[in-house]
Every structure is written in C-alpha cells, then in structure tokens.
Design a protein around this ligand. Structure first.
Ligand code: AKB
Length: 323
C-alpha cells in the first residue's frame, strides 16, 4: 500500500542507473505503482511496470512521453559521471547540460510542476575548503562533470528566480548500494569493494589508502531525494543545490570495517587517473543548511552501512560467505 495518495504522475529519467533503479522503487512504495513511470536510454526490465525507451536529448520524444502519461514531476538522473566524463568531455557536457535544459524548458512552458535534478560534491574543486565544506563557498571544479554540475546549479537557480520553476537539487556524495551497480564515478570503489570482498576476499583500490571522501548509503539518499521533493516549497530555500552528508571515510577505513565481518579480506592500492579527481573534492561536507531547512537527517554511518551491504550481498552470494 502506498504511504501517500493524490500525487501527480512522476517520471524518472535514467531509471536503469545506480540511483534510478532504487529511486523508482522508493517512489512506488511512497506514492503507488500507478503514479510512477520509468524511462531510460537503455531500458532494463523492472518487476512492476514498463520502462520506456527515451533519450533525454530528444526533446520531442520527452514531451510526447510527458503527455502520454500526464506527467507533472520529473526526476532527471541521466548523466555521465566524473570518470566517464573525463574520457568523453564534449559528450558529457552535451548530455548533462542539454538534458537539463530540455526538462527545465518543459517546466518553464508549464508542462511540469516540479523537477528534481542531481548535483554532486564534484561542484567543488581544489580551492574549496576540504573539511566541513560549507553550503556556500569557493567553487572552482576541475572536472568536466563538476563544471557541468556547477553550471547546472546556476541554471536551476536562474529558472527558479526568473520563471518560478520549482526545481530542487541535492549535491550527492558517493553513493553505496547493493541493488544497483555504479556507472563511471570516482567513488565507485566503495561499491566494488563489497562485491570483491565477498567473491574473492581481495580488492585493488583505484584510490589511495588515505583518500577521504563524503559517502552515503543508498536508502538515505533515496529518502533525502523523496523528502526534499515532498517538502513545502517555502522550506526549500536553496534553489541551486543542497550539501548533503552522512559519513566520510578512506578506502583503508572501509577495508578495516569490512574485515570486522570478513577477517581474511585484503586490500591493495593502485591509484589511477581517478585519484586526481578525488583529490580535488571535499573530504567532509557540512550539510547543516539542509538539516535546518527541510529536516534532513541520515540513518546510516560506516558501521551500519557496511553491515547492511554485507548482509544483503552475502545473501545473494552463492558461496554464502556470511550465512
Ligand atoms: C562520481 O563519483 O562521479 C559520483 C559523484 C560523487 O557525483 N558518484
């Protein structure tokens, strides 16, 4: 049974990705199966519904889908993440910016009432304070992904101020979940490590042992996203994007936490080009503004997240390492 009724029809674009896979389930649980529609450029089958094929760069196709399902709210998750974007800078700029413009324009034209667009800790750069990075601070991103997110934030704020578009956003930290694979980010190691620990007992990290980054367990991220979109408009004071935090750890600290469950687990380090990206990002985020404005609160720290990941992945693991 859905928790809430009388909600507008919702479209999740990028529904087959790391966040989309879990967000569709979370939205259906909150608002009901019949209210939530999924679309992706490469649709993956889901248990309880159809996934439409959609390239968000095709504005006419997007508009047709919005009309077909009487969509009023869009969660736009289609994007190239930090590591992939470094290999395809122009493609990343096109997808990350034009996809956003297509959705913002449909909202400006009055076809949508609310838009969610994800930003990232990648909006910060090497000149940003790395510890307790404030909501408002120096932002000189050095990656294509970060530049696109920084520009996107400015455009979201602009569309809100100039056209009254109700657009809301979160600067996601690295996200960790057991239901979906990450796709091309710098923080992906924190998901891969669990799979490798359970399957092989070893993992080679592409970030160095002491690289501290902000991270969040997926159930917290999904709850934050849905809660932000459900918050009364006057509580959403930041129309660029909100800092959001739950935990910060290094690969070494994560490995030590995994070893509490799998004592024989071993980690080694072979940093690659993603090290430079990680080094340009904050280590610890100050999210007090989100907590004050719309009541954000995380539930999972390092120990709780690690335990939950291993329980869920362990159950799926044929070798039954944890059972
Ligand atoms: C990435 O690593 O690119 C993403 C992000 C922090 O936005 N997970």
């Amino acid at each position: 049974m859905p928790i809430m009724t009388n909600k507008a029809n919702i479209l999740v674009i990028g529904s087959s990705g790391q966040i989309g896979t879990e967000l569709v389930k979370g939205l259906k649980a909150r608002y009901g199966n019949d209210k939530v529609f999924a679309a992706d450029i490469k649709p993956q089958p889901i248990d309880d519904g159809v996934v439409e094929q959609l390239d968000v760069l095709d504005k006419e196709g997007l508009f047709a889908l919005i009309k077909k399902h009487e969509i009023k709210e869009v969660y736009l998750l289609a994007a190239l993440l930090s590591a992939t974007a470094e290999n395809k800078p122009l493609k990343a700029w096109e997808l990350n910016m034009d996809g956003l413009f297509n959705v913002l324009e449909l909202a400006r034209e009055g076809h949508l009432t609310k838009v969610f667009w994800p930003s990232s800790i990648a909006v910060f750069g090497p000149t940003t304070p790395r510890i307790n990075t404030p909501q408002t601070t120096v932002m000189e991103p050095s990656t294509v992904y970060g530049i696109s997110k920084q520009a996107g934030e400015r455009w979201c704020e602009y569309y809100h101020k100039r056209y009254n578009v109700d657009v809301r956003s979160i600067r996601y930290p690295g996200l960790i979940g057991y239901q979906s694979e990450p796709g091309g980010g710098t923080t992906d190691y924190a998901v891969h490590i669990f799979h490798e620990a359970l399957e092989n007992g070893t993992y080679t990290s592409f970030l160095g042992a002491e690289t501290r980054l902000p991270m969040m367990y997926m159930p917290d991220a999904i709850k934050a996203t849905i809660d932000l979109m459900a918050a009364p408009s006057e509580q959403v004071k930041m129309r660029s994007s909100y800092n959001l935090a739950a935990m910060s750890f290094t690969p070494e600290e994560l490995a030590a936490e995994i070893r509490k469950h799998i004592p024989e687990f071993r980690i080694s380090y072979a940093p690659d080009f993603r090290q430079q990206i990680a080094d340009s990002w904050p280590a610890v985020i100050d999210d007090s503004v989100a907590r004050a404005d719309w009541g954000w609160k995380h539930s999972f720290g390092l120990a709780e997240m690690t335990n939950d990941m291993l329980v869920h992945l362990g159950k799926k693991n044929k070798a039954g390492v944890l059972s």
